[in-house]
Ligand binder design. Structure first.
Ligand SMILES: Nc1nc2c(ncn2[C@@H]2O[C@H](COP(=O)(O)OP(=O)(O)O)[C@@H](O)[C@H]2O)c(=O)[nH]1
Ligand SMILES: [Mg+2]
Length: 302
């Protein structure tokens, strides 16, 4: 926030972040420019705003002349996780931590112009991860987030959520608040932030995309939010398969058997289960038994 930003400017900025169309954004930016502080210290701010307005206007002209939008098509394949946040929050840095994608990480605002895509691959679960352009940038498009299974709201402070929440009205996936740049906090501030999360009952985690602090905990959280069910198969007398079957809802033994034996599951003589859904290891269960995440299933007699 600029020095001595007054109330009208803050309002205009809020309108800008909530704007969903190009026209609304242009209007809000014009308002921001007219309400921006006029003193010398805010020169950079005003120049930056004008440059952004110019870009939006150019984009509008382009859209008019070609008659189409500049959306990049992203196919949803299986599970999808979307990164959302304001510019500079650390989304690009985070997707490099969590996936094989290596987008540009930059302190210059609005670096990411197109969505970056990577594969999140953790404990047998694969998901497509999309790093969207920052909210407020001309390239931002909420469309993809509306159908995502999980959203990571990447922020530097809890207050940033006020600018993110308004665009989430049509999203359906689980939301995890990811408070980044923990490495910049002193122990005391970190503890206070943790307390705030607890008292407000926020589904939040404090991380550092740069140092890797709490990244494994974040990965676990993503898995538990997506409610994946990993079913490991074991052939009698052999070791457990390393790669699980991943299912969205808790499957029955019959559903798993049908996936493997396609129409022949009735030939199974006996099923043994070891894991969270079994009362004891190697429990004998029927076809209607409901399995849980991380169960090991062994089919006999087929
Ligand atoms: N100190 C610190 N800086 C970070 C962290 N994550 C990202 N940054 C810095 O924040 C700036 C913006 O990061 P970037 O990933 O490009 O943000 P984006 O605009 O949300 O994609 C860069 O200068 C990064 O080096 C972090 O965990 N700690
Ligand atoms: Mg980025």
């Amino acid at each position: 926030m600029p020095i001595n930003a007054d109330y009208e400017y803050i309002n205009a900025e809020r309108a800008f972040f909530q704007a969903q169309t190009l026209d609304e954004k242009i209007r809000a930016l014009e308002e921001m420019i007219s309400k921006a502080p006029s003193h010398k210290g805010a020169e950079n701010l005003r120049a930056g705003l004008k440059a952004r307005l110019k870009k939006f206007q150019e984009k509008k002209e382009k859209a008019k002349s070609t008659g189409k939008t500049t959306k990049k098509a992203i196919k949803k394949e299986g599970f999808q996780i979307v990164l959302l946040g304001l510019t500079n929050g650390g989304k690009s840095q985070l997707i490099s931590r969590l996936t094989n994608a290596r987008p540009r990480v930059d302190s210059y605002p609005f670096t990411s112009k197109v969505p970056e895509i990577g594969t999140f691959d953790y404990e047998g679960v694969r998901a497509q991860m999309v790093d969207l352009p920052s909210i407020g940038s001309e390239a931002f498009d909420i469309g993809i987030a509306n159908t995502a299974d999980c959203m990571l709201l990447v922020v530097e402070q809890i207050e940033d959520l006020e600018k993110i929440n308004p665009v989430l009205s049509r999203t359906q996936g689980k939301k995890i608040i990811v408070i980044n740049k923990a490495d910049l906090l002193e122990a005391n501030a970190l503890r206070k932030l943790e307390e705030k999360i607890k008292s407000k009952k926020l589904n939040a985690i404090i991380i550092s995309a740069q140092t890797g602090f709490n990244i494994d905990q974040l990965k676990e959280k993503i898995l538990s939010e997506m409610k994946v069910n990993r079913i490991y198969l074991k052939e009698p007398g052999k070791v457990v398969s390393k790669i699980p079957m991943v299912m969205r809802t808790s499957p029955t033994v019959k559903e798993v058997a049908e996936k493997i034996y396609k129409g022949f599951s009735t030939k199974i003589k006996e099923t043994r289960v070891t894991g969270p859904s079994s009362k004891f290891p190697n429990q004998k269960v029927g076809l209607s038994h409901v399995l849980k995440d991380r169960d090991i299933v062994e089919f006999h007699g087929i």
